[in-house]
Structures are given as C-alpha cells and as structure tokens.
Ligand binder design. Structure first.
Ligand code: GLA
Length: 344
C-alpha cells in the first residue's frame, strides 16, 4: 500500500536538481499480488485487464504501463515477475496527488513481498522513477516517489534533488492543507512536462559556460541568473528554478516559526512564477487560487506538473472545515492529513 502526496512548495524543480517540500497524505492506493504464469494487471475503474509476457515487458500506451514498467525494472534486477496484480485506489488520478507514483511504489513493494525480496526505500524510489523515465518516457524527478516512501506522520520532507538528501520538517498543528481539483485531468506523457525538463537542462548547460561545475540552477542567486542573460524562454525557466528553490528554504523557516501567513505569501509568489516564468498554469488553476484566497486561505498555488490537476491551499486548521466547505460548494475539495509513507 502507498499513500499519495502533496507538495507544499518547490514545483518544477526536482528534475532540475532543485529543492521541494512534499509530504505523504491520507489517501492510499493498494496493490495485491499473487503468483501467475504471466503478468496480469487489473484495476477497478481503470480499463480492461492487461496481460503481458513476463519475459518481454513493453509499453503499450495504456493505463497499466507504469506497473508494467516497474515489473520490467524489477526483472532487470533479477526479481521474478510472474504475477498478477489487483490495484484499488482512493487517490484521484490526474489530480496532482501522485497516484501514478503510488502505483509504482505499491507495485514494487507487492512484487518484492510476494517473492520475499527486499530493497531499501531509496532503491524502491529510484527504481520507480526509472520506470517512469525509461518505460513511460516521462523525464520526471524523484520528488513523488521519495515523498511516498519516506513520508512520516506530521512531517513534510525538505528534499534536495541534487544530493537526494531528505530532511524532515515538523508541521505545526495549526497548519492544514486543502487540495482543490480543477477537474482538468492531465498526464505527464503529453509533452509539455518534458519540454520544461528539456528547457531546464538547456538553461543549465548554458549557465555552466559561466559557472563551470554548477550542478543545478538552484545554486544561483537571482542576480546571477539575470547576469547569465539567457535567451527567452530559458531566462524565465532558470529564474523560476532558482527563485522557487529559494522559496522552499524560506518556507521551511516559516513553518519552523509557525507563521502560516508568511508561508501563504510564498505560495502565492510560487503561483505567479509557475504561471509567468514556468508557464504551467491554466485559467482554471489561476481562478482556483483566487477562489481559495477569497475563501480565507493564507495562500494557494497549483500543485504537481500543472496544465490541470489541483491547487493546494494552506489554511489555519481552525478554519479548514469552513474554508473547505465554501470551496467544496463550487469545486471538489479535500482536506488532507499528513501521514506515514510506504516503508516503515
Ligand atoms: C510531477 C513529477 C514530479 C515533479 C512535479 C512538478 O509530479 O512527477 O517529479 O516534477 O511534477 O514539480
């Protein structure tokens, strides 16, 4: 079983070696595994059952490609993958809550448990990311899998994607999060997510001409990014990665000081940067951020890859019910609790 995740701040930074602040949440996905003579995958509400040859796993373009990709990675490591999988999920798909990373992690753990294998949490996270990168062709970062595997009750995770080091950040009791679905489902396979990753890689390559040895644009100050004088739109993409990573550091300080309002302001600045510099927002997401602020949230921003999905709002926990109800009248909104991740 694996949880979904929220990301408090630090969006479109992980694939560029930047910083982010995710947390595992109380919405779960379960995978049951049993022995079989070939791979079979079923999932309630996701389409027809899928069958595949365990010795020749290939992407089909269908809904089951992620579990198939995870099995392909496990098979490469010598784990037997003659099995059938049944998936049940309460994490809404395409809502930016990482239902697909949860499928990956839960599949890996179910397959390993069935055959008595064990690999540590970091390896599970990396293996599942490899499945997304290699099998699905989505150049995603490690944030989702890391949060799902390592999340702990009451804690966010300060994640440095360049070093892959995670540090727990205790969340104060008076801070709560609401997730509001835009109703526009998006998939990372659509191309625009990959475009952003490619632009970030190109911006880093150009920046390394002035800063040899630079690992990530997140290591630069805003003034250093401007001084690079990168061409459009790489200048804006670089400004987003550096600025957003700086906001993650500031957000950790706000959480430690229990300053929900200051955290909210950082989330709003993040939204502006995601809309103008990273260009991953949509009119629906912009409107949801405004609606959340209008309803009394301290701050809000799009969450996940953008181009649809959800908005996350930070609210005073005493007002979470009332604000959630106001937003819920017009949209689908969930109050999410931060819970334990997949591996004890
Ligand atoms: C998706 C990816 C993550 C991350 C976010 C954007 O959720 O899976 O790796 O890049 O988008 O921050």
């Amino acid at each position: 079983m694996a949880p979904g995740r929220i990301n408090i701040i630090g969006e479109h930074t992980d694939y560029a070696g930047g910083l982010c602040l995710p947390a595992a949440i109380d919405r779960y996905l379960a995978v049951a595994a049993g022995p079989a003579d070939q791979v079979q995958v079923v999932s309630k509400g996701r389409g027809d059952p899928v069958r595949a040859d365990s010795d020749d796993l290939r992407p089909t373009g269908g809904w089951a490609d992620l579990p198939l990709g995870v099995l392909a990675e496990l098979a490469r490591d010598g784990v037997p993958v003659w099995l059938r999988l049944a998936i049940a999920s309460e994490i809404p798909a395409g809502a930016g809550l990482s239902s697909s990373a949860a499928v990956g992690v839960a599949t890996a753990m179910a397959a390993l448990q069935l055959h008595g294998g064990h690999i540590d949490g970091y390896q599970v996270a990396r293996l599942c990311r490899s499945a997304e990168n290699n099998f699905l062709g989505v150049p995603s970062g490690l944030m989702d899998q890391a949060a799902i595997v390592h999340g702990r009750h009451g804690q966010a995770l300060f994640f440095n994607a360049a070093t892959e080091i995670l540090e727990p950040v205790a969340l104060p009791d008076d801070l709560a999060f609401l997730v509001i679905e835009s109703g526009v489902e998006r998939t990372l396979r659509g191309g625009q997510y990959g475009d952003r990753q490619g632009e970030a890689a190109e911006a880093l390559r150009l920046a390394q001409r002035c800063h040899p040895g630079l690992r990530s644009l997140a290591e630069l100050e805003a003034s250093e990014v401007e001084a690079l004088d990168l061409p459009e739109p790489l200048n804006r993409r670089a400004r987003h990665i550096a600025g957003e990573s700086q906001r993650v550091r500031l957000a950790v300080a706000c959480i430690e000081a229990d300053n929900v309002d200051a955290l909210g302001q950082l989330m709003l600045t993040s939204q502006l940067s995601l809309a103008r510099d990273c260009e991953v927002s949509t009119p629906e997401l912009d409107a949801l951020v405004e609606a959340a602020i209008g309803a009394g949230a301290a701050g809000a921003r799009l969450m996940g890859a953008g181009f649809g999905g959800s908005v996350i709002a930070a609210v005073d926990s005493g007002r979470a019910g009332e604000i959630g109800e106001t937003l819920g009248r017009a949209h689908r909104s969930h109050r999410v609790e931060v819970v334990d991740g997949a591996i004890p």
